[in-house]
Design a protein around this ligand. Structure first.
Ligand code: FAD
Ligand code: DLZ
Ligand code: SF4
Length: 506
């Protein structure tokens, strides 16, 4: 049967399930750059350029391999601007017998796809996305009948199931988790490896020029664009990460530093998420480094846990709980996102740095996302949907299935503790311990209230006070509430006043 295979911008894998059984004599690959996808949130300019350039490179690769590819560009005069519109046009042109597509990463697009058989008056074969260790069905089976869905238990199950980093039935190194070793601050003189960027080629240059004009009003700079846009370059990035950064990944996993936006992180999430790399080969490369003796267990286990554990787990939660998941708001947070998340204009150095890094690189590492921009939004009670839109827009790796559970669950506790057993709320002392941000800040993390006090300090206690009725029942929150209850009444009053004045001033 004559088939149109639609490949979406985050499905750029030669092994993608939609291409299985492709018949080069009759079938056709369709790829489309569409306005709806470039604007459903106001994506960072680098994110748009990265995806469109990777799409064009991927289409060229398929052509070289002998696939017939039809590619619709954003500036094509006849472009209707949506997946559905472009598919309808292609169906009218080619009169296929059916459409094949791999399931999308977003609920929004899934709903769109569900309407296609009727709109196209054709059979639409929506195939499972098998680029994950754990299928949606397997996750549902794991979750079935459990009262809580802790990541740690899911992860151990995945280690057993895949045999990754296992010695028979036991975890390598004798422990499942080496987090206790992974909380070091970066020493002043420690040398961080140079980042391994890819120079934009002619295709990328053309897209960068187009994006600079067409998306001029979107957040983000294009100057430092060095993302790989082909599998070949993504693999080279993986090799350099394994050799140069992985050995220290564990020790400094939670560290932050003003002049080091990347530290020892992999910068591989954009490639994993659009399909240039697959999670299996990335975990294998890390495990091999451990088995060769080139990287210690705390680094390799910590790294593999992020991919085999967290990444699979949040995807599982997303498809288990959507669409209802996005609507919960356990703490009743309703404040607006402060404007400085877009402008970067704040005298809180930790936030200014994380936002400036984000603007320049379409990247911030996990601890910046969780403990700086995330923590602050949690403490002031930002409405979940507003913060989610920000995270979905500003990072090159941002896709709903992974961004939403991280923001909604891990950062904001909006799911009431489905993902995290307690909110990741922290005061200035935590940030000072893990970073060098405070040394050059207008505020002082040691001052708790009054002039010069670090806002994270009074906001932290105010957060506990505002959410008492909800959080007090949480056994893991007992300690901070006992500390709060021992505080003199007048001190509590000043904290509350400071916090309210600060929030109103935002
Ligand atoms: P490393 O620190 O080197 O980790 C290695 C890999 O592990 C990453 O490439 C990523 O694939 C995976 N990983 C690590 N942490 C997580 C996690 N919590 N959830 C899922 N996968 C993880 N990650 C995204 O890929 N897309 C997002 O849209 C996204 N949004 C986030 C929003 C918030 C509020 C937070 C707190 C985290 C978010 N993350 C997201 C997770 C994490 O911050 C990024 O995956 C990571 O920073 C990517 O950089 P890296 O490749 O250098 O990661
Ligand atoms: C994110 C994105 C952007 C910016 N542009 C396109 C595009 O023009 N064409 C396309 O096929 N995909 C794009 N994407 C990725 C899609 O948004 C993604 O495939 C869906 O959200 C499903 O996860
Ligand atoms: Fe951030 Fe407070 Fe440190 Fe300033 S003093 S960098 S606001 S934690």
């Amino acid at each position: 049967a004559k088939t149109i295979v639609l490949i979406l911008g985050d499905q750029l894998s030669h092994q993608i399930s939609s291409l299985k059984g492709f018949d080069p004599r009759e079938d056709l690959v369709l790829m489309v750059e569409v306005a709806d996808e470039t604007t459903y949130v106001r994506h960072h300019k680098q994110k748009i350029a990265f995806i469109l350039s990777a799409m064009r490179h991927f289409a060229d690769e398929l052509c070289e391999l002998g696939f017939r590819v039809e590619y619709v560009r954003l500036d094509d005069k006849a472009n209707t601007g949506s997946f559905t519109g472009e598919l309808m046009r292609a169906v009218a042109r080619h009169k296929p017998d059916r459409v094949v597509v791999t399931e999308p990463g977003e609920w929004r697009v899934r709903k769109m796809m569900d309407c296609w058989p009727e709109q196209l008056e054709l059979p639409v074969d929506v195939r499972e996305d098998d680029r994950f260790f754990c299928s949606v069905g397997q996750f549902q089976a794991w979750a079935n009948g459990r009262k809580t869905y802790r990541m740690e238990y899911f992860y151990r199950e995945m280690r057993r199931r895949t045999g990754i980093l296992m010695e028979g039935d036991n975890p390598c190194g004798g422990q499942w988790n080496f987090d206790a070793d992974n909380r070091k601050k970066l020493p002043d003189t420690f040398k961080v490896p140079e980042r391994f960027g890819s120079e934009p080629d002619a295709i990328t240059q053309e897209i960068l020029s187009m994006v600079a004009v067409r998306f001029a009003d979107h957040f983000g700079d294009l100057e430092d664009f060095t993302w790989a846009v082909t599998r070949k370059h993504a693999l080279a990035t993986l090799d350099i990460f394994i050799a140069e950064a992985l050995p220290f990944f564990g020790d400094y996993q939670d560290a932050m530093a003003v002049h080091e936006p990347f530290l020892f992180h992999a910068l591989l999430s954009p490639y994993l998420n659009i399909g240039l790399l697959n999670p299996g080969e990335v975990c294998e490369a890390a495990e091999n480094a451990f088995r060769r003796g080139d990287a210690p267990i705390n680094s390799v286990e910590g790294f593999i846990r992020q991919i085999l554990g967290w990444r699979e787990y949040v995807r599982g939660i997303y498809w288990l709980k959507m669409p209802h998941y996005a609507e919960t708001n356990a703490l009743g947070a309703v404040r607006s996102l402060p404007w400085f998340y877009w402008s970067g204009e704040t005298d809180m150095n930790c936030l200014a740095t994380a936002i400036a890094d984000t603007r320049r690189n379409a990247y911030a590492h996990h601890i910046q996302r969780l403990m700086i921009t995330g923590n602050f939004a949690l403490l002031i009670g930002v409405r979940p949907a507003e913060l989610e839109e920000w995270y979905l827009a500003v990072y090159a790796d941002a896709f709903d299935w992974v961004e939403l559970p991280n923001t909604h669950g891990m950062v904001l506790f909006a799911d009431g503790g489905l993902l995290a057993s307690k909110p990741y709320a922290a005061s200035g002392a935590y940030i000072d311990r893990m970073s060098d941000y405070c040394g050059t800040c207008a505020y002082n993390p040691k001052i708790k209230r009054g002039p010069g006090a670090c806002p994270f300090n009074f906001l932290y206690w105010n957060f506990l006070i505002e959410n008492r009725s909800y959080l007090e029942r949480n056994p893991r929150m007992g300690m901070p509430y006992r500390t709060l209850d021992r505080m003199p009444k007048d001190r509590v009053k000043v904290i509350t006043q400071d916090a309210h004045a600060f929030i109103e001033g935002l």
